[in-house]
Design a protein around this ligand. Sequence first.
Ligand code: HEM
Length: 454
Amino acid sequence: MPQPAAPTPRALPRASVLDTLRVAGTVAVPLLARGLIVRRPGAVRLAEAVDGDRRGVRLFQRLRRTYGGGPLRLRVPGRRIVVLLAPEHVHRVLAQSPEPFSPATKEKRSALGHFQPHGVLISTGADRADRRRFNEDVLDSGHAVHRTADAMVGEIRREVAELVDVAARDGVLDWDAYARTWWRMVRQLVLGASARDDEALTEDLHVLRATANWAFLHPRRRARRARFLDGVRRQIARAEPGSLAASMPFAHVSDRTDPEQQVPQWLFAFDAAAWASYRALALLASHPDALSRAREEIAGRDLSVPKDLPFLRAVVLESLRLWPTTPALLRETTAPTRWEGGRVPEDTLVLTYAPFFHRDDENLPEADRFAPELWTGPRTEADWPLVPFSAGPAECAGRNLVLHVTSTVLALLVDASGEDGPRLVGRHPLDPDAALPGTLDPFSLRFALGPARG
Ligand code: HEM
């Protein structure tokens, strides 16, 4: 009996050349200009001035109207690229990572290969599984409060107290002071107390990340990388209490793991947490109801005792929904996949543009306002995709840790600000009665802590 011929797979909808150029000009080029691995403040300022991310959202809404739910193939010479336009497709791709949707795309391998070629994010197969397990062990991924949070909170409190003194002396809290404190704190949390003032180490990482922004266009800085990794290795050997290094001896390790190569990701990912928490402070400062709820959450609490702070966590998550620090979630197909719209071949880059889903005012009523209630209940695959930490098996392994650290910092700043603060001074970009801006430059925000004068 002759077999019926298999149905010819349909081709995916293809964007016109003009629409492909629009995606490049409105989304891809501005993201590259802002810097994927380390941000360039001038480009961030410019993006806010032109409300860059809102333009991206509008463009993607138009693509959905024109081409339907996608995935939509772009016409890019030399690389197969599809963009996701439907919520169920985002859930599918993230749930089915790392196979057949691998986080280790060529683009990420070429950028992160500059300083962490064995990092979990760009590892595959058995290496990925092994390194993921190590990361989850050290970062205590499954727990809202890290197992060594007692010591960590001690370090956080000392640094925030010093920052509050600096703000009192200068009359203002600005980004430079915040970032300086942040990195002192992060070096201690990741590497140990003796790394607190080792600015050279984070400067080395900064240079390596700046090189990584240029991916394959920049030669490797081998000497710098060797010096940086030497410093990391020394700190790991010390395993000082209150640091992630101290959790390493208890983690699963094999000859595939390469523990020191997992550390750069922890350090550099804390950068995003600085922007997110600083923007979250601006949300609190401009939304009196939320500030009252934050005060209620910490009222009567001994802040030296680590605690989950669900409302302040939700505030940080909102900061990340409104202004995602990883706007482009990239995956690469490791096998052909089938969709209602057609077939996606192997070796295709799949782009989830997070701002489109987070700020899609045609589907999400809360799109452009501050809505911490979006995060106070459990989220499921049936929900609209809000994915600042990605989702599924390759979700950010540091999600719980970073939410605990950032919510603790916010709690301490709110507590130190008393009845009147924190308040935004100078620039007031966040009006609770108007749509929040699509892009928010954190570097120029300034705050007053403590009692209002006069
Ligand atoms: C606000 C801060 C942070 C945000 C928004 C964030 C977000 C993300 C996102 C979106 C990914 C997936 C990236 C991709 O698929 O290309 C990721 C991966 C990861 N993050 Fe974070 N991250 C943050 C902070 C941290 C911190 C502080 C750590 C560690 C201390 C960390 C550890 C990791 C690791 C190990 C991965 C790789 C997971 C894997 O590939 O299996 N992150 N993060």
